[in-house]
Design a protein around this ligand. Structure first.
Ligand SMILES: [Zn+2]
Length: 409
């Protein structure tokens, strides 16, 4: 019997050394006859006993409290802890669920607290050590305005919520867009995982993604250290991004991949700081001078870069270490038409004019309205106009739609 307790006590102290997590030991009588003879209480055989270890807990300091916005627009306060090791995992956040819990605990920013993590549950602040106070602690107040869209915050019992009903859902959409294939392309962050992180208060805007730590994820049920490591590694490897992808990821109204590319080509920058400076300075006229950007799109870009919250968001992305690729603009796919200028004339049969233009730009080429010596190809459809004549006169290569499609291959 003594040996059993010795074994249990040893592993309670040394469980951190195991490559996996345990929360106790199970003792089973190994001899079949003795096992049977011990009998059963309820459903539990008396010859098998589980000894649970005590909850893992430690003390640390609450360095701040940030407010995250969930999927339904609910505001969740999250404690920012001086990092600690708990059960072998580095912990730096603890959810506070709602404002009532802060009141119940009597928690102030700067307090020394007990943080515990029992079993697989995420870390909790279980007690404030008021006797450790120095007088410099600060009381926490819920914000009056939503940190995402600045709408008024309303209180419903213990729940604080953004008064804009669309806020949570819209924010979730923009997060999903941010990590999507043509934007930051962080595949480890699928929709379900984004939702989970939102629900846990781990993220509320896209810059939070880059501040996630293994410990934030590893403590969540059904994640574990391995998947946490993978997600963090994947996020870390996507901190450098091309300018056109970056612009696209911002989710500016009317700005698809193509317009993002046009902007990036016209106004290249090599850092977020430079982007803020340059793009804030663009007038509506500057923007409309860019081929294919009309008044509606120009207005949308202009408004976005004159929004205080948007600039703050860009500054946050800069602070978390997002780098804009400085090498020559890479195209979205390959660059087989790079440097080639096309003019379209006549009506096309297989592809629409817009599709053809899009294709050319996608592959690095340019589309021009008029034929000149600089034109590389004239794509002629049915009933071509004067452009064809001019092309012939200047000796520009003329191709039909089928030949154009062959060029794409
Ligand atoms: Zn809001």
């Amino acid at each position: 019997m003594g040996e059993v307790f010795e074994f249990r006590n040893y592993w309670e102290k040394h469980r951190e050394k195991l490559p996996y997590e345990i929360d106790g030991v199970v003792v089973i009588v190994n001899e079949n006859n003795a096992f049977e003879a011990a009998g059963v209480i309820g459903k539990a055989p008396r010859a098998a006993i589980a000894y649970k270890f005590s909850a893992k807990e430690t003390t640390t300091i609450v360095e701040g409290i940030k407010v995250q916005v969930g999927r339904t627009g609910t505001l969740t306060p999250v404690a920012i802890l001086k990092p600690i090791e708990l059960g072998g995992i580095r912990i730096m956040h603890a959810t506070l669920h709602n404002f009532d819990q802060i009141e119940r605990l009597g928690l102030k920013i700067g307090d020394t607290v007990i943080v515990s993590r029992a079993g697989d549950v995420i870390p909790q602040i279980t007690k404030v050590l008021a006797e450790m106070r120095t007088g410099k602690e600060k009381a926490f107040k819920m914000p009056l305005n939503c940190p995402i869209d600045s709408s008024r915050v309303i209180r419903e019992g213990a729940i604080y919520r953004c008064s804009n009903e669309q806020c949570g859902a819209r924010n979730r959409q923009s997060l999903r867009h941010f990590v999507s294939r043509m934007a930051f392309d962080i595949r480890g962050l699928g929709g379900k995982i984004i939702d989970r992180f939102l629900d846990e208060g781990l993220i509320s805007d896209a810059s939070d993604i880059f501040e996630l730590e293994e410990g934030d994820i590893a403590v969540l049920e059904r994640f574990g250290e391995k998947s946490a490591q993978n997600i963090i590694r994947e996020i870390g490897s996507h901190k450098t991004i091309s300018l056109e992808r970056f612009i696209y990821s911002l989710g500016i109204l009317h700005i698809g991949e193509e317009t993002a590319l046009l902007l990036a080509k016209e106004y290249p920058v090599s850092s977020i700081k430079e982007l803020i400076r340059k793009y804030k300075g663009l007038s509506l006229e500057d923007l409309q001078k860019i081929r294919d950007i009309g008044p509606k799109v120009a207005q949308s870009i202009y408004n976005w870069f004159h929004g205080k919250r948007n600039i703050h968001f860009l500054e946050k992305l800069d602070k978390v270490g997002i780098q804009i690729e400085t090498k020559k603009l890479k195209n979205l796919k390959t660059q087989s038409l790079k440097g080639k200028t096309f003019v379209l004339t006549g009506s096309l049969q297989i592809m629409s004019r817009d599709e053809v233009k899009e294709k050319i730009r996608e592959l690095g080429g340019d589309v021009s309205e008029s034929v000149s010596k600089k034109t590389d190809y004239v794509v002629a459809g049915n009933e071509p106009g004067s452009k064809l004549k001019k092309a012939k006169r200047l000796g520009v290569k003329i191709i039909d739609e089928k030949q154009f499609i062959d060029l794409l291959k």
